[in-house]
Ligand binder design. Structure first.
Ligand SMILES: Cc1ncc(COP(=O)(O)O)c(C=O)c1O
Length: 371
């Protein structure tokens, strides 16, 4: 298979570990190994100390899948397959899609959500939001994109980069569109649980629809991206088994150390999720104040959930050129919308990092002193 470069990831590869400041990261600051081990129960501490570094079960350790299942309404441990999120997406698309199939995917989107489908030879139609209505994704527009050849709908809520989250009624509408057309729904829920108001929380797709596949993982909600662990949840056991068989050609099984640490974090999740939500909310307030002081620089549709927002830049430069100027003159890395294949006017902002206030001060100074 030939595949286009993953533009966002290539841009991060270039800047993430050399830029002084990251303004657009989607993952919250990573928690330390110590902070995970300190909160482990005695039994979990023992399983860490006595861990044997051999191969692990392809599906994921039973204790880990039990810890995962506890975060869902109706799911049982056997309805999960643990693997890295990118790998999960790659396997699912390859198992499900053939040349000529039609796929509907949100746009803008994390590129792998549509790029693998395109590389397989599927035709992708894009479900686009209304910027003036807070990046609203209208279910009626999704429905209008369904054709007789459609096989798969791909959604991502809370959405990267806009932070959009449907209401429960809209979520049920989306699920009913998939159900009524007998389509698989791939629901990328990497930001699940990062809701700024707990009453906005919606259930995972796999809890509501037997032909849905939900993806979640440790990177965003839990601030543990270095574990490189995620999972697919689905009641469609035949589909899950096929994905498991594909995994044999990739990692075969997960890292034993990551599995134990993820189990601890999932069992003690309040130590990770709530602090991340509080940090994100605090940073959104700071960013609102920044926007109010700089109304000619940008528009800021406030995100409903997740750890990112998609701002409109009002500069005369393209977003890409502006981002280049910013990093060269200040060391601040900003992700421009060109990397989402979404025009030249927007940029993603990340709210999960402790140093946002410092970054905004530097950005404001740059803006005031720019020639
Ligand atoms: C929507 C979405 N899906 C999947 C991923 C991949 O997650 P991970 O970095 O844990 O592999 C990301 C990461 O940015 C993402 O934003």
């Amino acid at each position: 298979m030939r595949i286009k470069d993953f533009a966002i990831e290539r841009y991060f590869a270039k800047h993430e570990f050399t830029a002084k400041y990251l303004l657009s990261a989607s993952d919250p600051d990573g928690f330390s190994l110590k902070s995970v081990l300190d909160i482990a129960s005695e039994k979990e501490k023992e399983s860490w100390r006595d861990l044997h570094l051999g191969y692990t079960e392809t599906k994921g350790a039973p204790a880990l899948r039990t810890a995962i299942a506890n975060h869902y309404q109706t799911m049982v441990p056997d309805e999960f397959l643990v693997m890295s999120p990118g790998e999960a997406n790659f396997c699912l698309m390859n198992v499900l899609l053939e040349k000529g199939d039609e796929v509907i995917c949100m746009s803008p989107a994390y590129q792998s959500l549509y790029q693998i489908a395109e590389s397989i030879g599927s035709r992708v139609s894009f479900w686009k939001p209304e910027e003036g209505s807070g990046w609203y994704y209208d279910p009626a527009q999704l429905k209008a994109l369904i054709s007789p050849k459609a096989k798969l709908i791909i959604v991502n809520f809370p959405h990267n980069p806009t932070g959009f989250l449907p209401s429960l009624a809209e979520w049920n509408e989306i699920i009913n569109i998939a159900r009524n057309h007998n389509l698989v729904l791939f629901s990328d829920e990497m930001y699940h649980g990062l809701v700024h108001d707990s009453k906005d929380q919606i259930p995972a797709a796999c809890d509501l629809y037997e032909n849905a596949v939900s993806l979640w993982g440790m990177s965003k909600t839990f601030g543990l991206a270095g574990l490189r662990l995620g999972w697919l949840g689905s009641k469609n056991s035949a589909l899950l088994s096929k994905i498991e068989a594909w995994k044999d050609y990739l990692t075969i099984c997960n890292s034993a150390t990551s599995e134990v640490l993820a189990t601890i974090a999932l069992n003690e999740s309040e130590h990770f999720i709530q602090p991340n939500i509080e940090k994100i909310k605090g940073n959104i307030t700071l960013f609102k104040q920044f926007q109010e002081r700089n109304p000619d620089l940008l528009d800021f549709p406030v995100p409903m959930a997740g750890s990112t927002a998609f701002i409109r830049l009002k500069t005369s430069l393209t977003a890409f050129k502006y981002a280049e100027e910013l990093i060269q003159r200040t060391g601040i890395m900003m992700l421009p919308s060109e990397k989402f294949d979404y025009g030249h006017q927007h940029a993603r902002i990340g709210f999960g990092r402790n140093n946002l206030s410092e970054i905004l001060d530097i950005w404001e100074h740059f803006q005031k002193t720019a020639p």
